[in-house]
Design a protein around this ligand. Sequence first.
Ligand SMILES: [Zn+2]
Length: 649
Amino acid sequence: MIRNLLLAIGAFLLLAFNASAQRVCASHDVLEEQLLNNPLLREKMEEIERQTEDFIATPAGVRERVQVTIPVVVNVVWNTASENISDAQIQSQIDVLNQDFRALNADRTNTPSIFSGLIADFEINFCLASQDPSGLATTGIRRQQTSTTAFSSNDAVKYTAQGGLNAWDRNKYLNLWVCDLSGGLLGYAQFPGGAAATDGVVCDYLYFGTVGVATAPFNKGRTATHEIGHWLNLRHIWGDANCGSDLVSDTPTHNTSNGGCPTYPHLSTCSGTPVEMTMNYMDYTDDACMYMFTAGQKARAQALFVSGGSRVSLLSSTGCQPPTGGGTCGVASGLSATSITQTTATLSWSAVSGATSYNLQRKLSTSSTWTTVTGLTTTSYSLTGLTANSTYNYQVQTVCGATSAAYSAASSFTTLPTGGGGCTDTYEANNTRATAKTVPVNTTFTAQIASASDLDWYKFANTAATSRIKIELTTLPADYDVRLYRGNSNTILAVSENAGTTNETLIYNTTTVNSSYYAYVYGYNGAFSNTSCYTIRVSLSSSNFRTDGSTDGEVQELDVPVVFENAAFGMFPNPANEQITVEVPMEADADVQVTVLDPSGKAALQQNRVMAKGDNQMNLDISRLSNGIYFVEVRNGKSMSTRKLVVQR
Ligand SMILES: [Zn+2]
């Protein structure tokens, strides 16, 4: 329905991606923005930093020592099938985390001898959750299809209402979101202290795990290791500043981030020119070239899990334990059928907690044999190839891992009949003026444009007593327009063709009586709806119709004094090809009629509008007018002004 061809002035910036990919992590940028927007976050993070410093200041032998297994829920938010990464790819990422955070990764032996003594086992493990927040069985993997083609670091992926998936309780789970991140972003994390709803880590689906669609040079699962490092309160090793501090005592000072796979030794130009620890997970190097955390980094992460630590609640989470008693696998409910046509329908149902998949059965109500679809991982399914005007039954079964619930009670829907669709249209076939159906006047009725080639012609007569004509279209399901013709003439007496509205009103205040006036209703650019009717009413009146919809003193309306200033108006562009904008300065609120007249003085286009005091703009689509000279007339009562318009393509 793009009628207003307002071409954006400006240039498109094409983002070309470098052939040698560079790690891009948005964690620090996201933190800076959160700090700007939330003054309390700074206090909260300073409090966490004090607790961390206290922990680090405690002699190692006296410190609390914590081993933790963190329940993880992986929220896969996918648009295209390839983004819906496999269970195997997800498991490969969990495996990497359990190596990297326990210093069990095979490539740790690549660590240069000057750093090998610093390699730390964080004593942090990860499990895919076995129990969901309701205490039901889960695989720890949630999948949600989205219409969002790509996400950014704005956290939309963390909200169901914004096309993502809401987090599970962060006091019990580490939420990982996997989706398509735009702009070359590999991932980002939220630091301890941030809001519960957005707590967790987001990774691009191409840089998650080691198998499936995992893509080099970030296909060793280190994006999640790095981001979970942030989630565990670790800063970038260069301190996000030139020779900055990462708040860790045993890491060297880096100039800035390192990318790719630097040759050892890479010397810093910061004070003391130390060898940079480019193989630390908190640098920006390629996955194959980062393989260690240090003891100092471990201390910061461990501080989160001791008494008073900001993530200590995870120690008491039962998320890694299967539900006691096996849990219950709920029966599916909330079944509904939408987008029903003659041959298709979309079935959906409410998500069941603990469900790992769903099975769907359907059949013609007259049949005794079900057709079954198994292993559905979303809560909707589109049926095609249905028979028109037929009732179908359908039911859904919840599968929770190894157990299944009973099938839900069956629900049903009926496909649309051929021809008419799902609403009352008693005037088909009326595709031509010759086959126009005579309709009652001053009566509201419904009709349908059921296909791109469906046109609706209606015939009616006016009388000397009631000669003025108004045609109203309402509840338009698509971009429909209406024209008025008389007799066999091809002259369009009036047209209403607003873009993007659900109604059209055409007014033709005439004294010409004829037994054959025609209302012609059509879908703009083939617009139609095979599911919804529109409403039409042809009204006749003895007095002029007002365009503001009121009925009082109708005839007087056209006699109000001059109200547009100097009876002059602006119009651009001229010459024009698709659209013109008419600018009318008004001295008071009043009805205005804008008419485009062809050289013979016939109305080719007309729009009526109540304009407010001040400057008003009205856009007119002239794309249907042939090349030539026209006159644009703006009229209010006795105030009238005309300008010449050239249509030229
Ligand atoms: Zn980072």
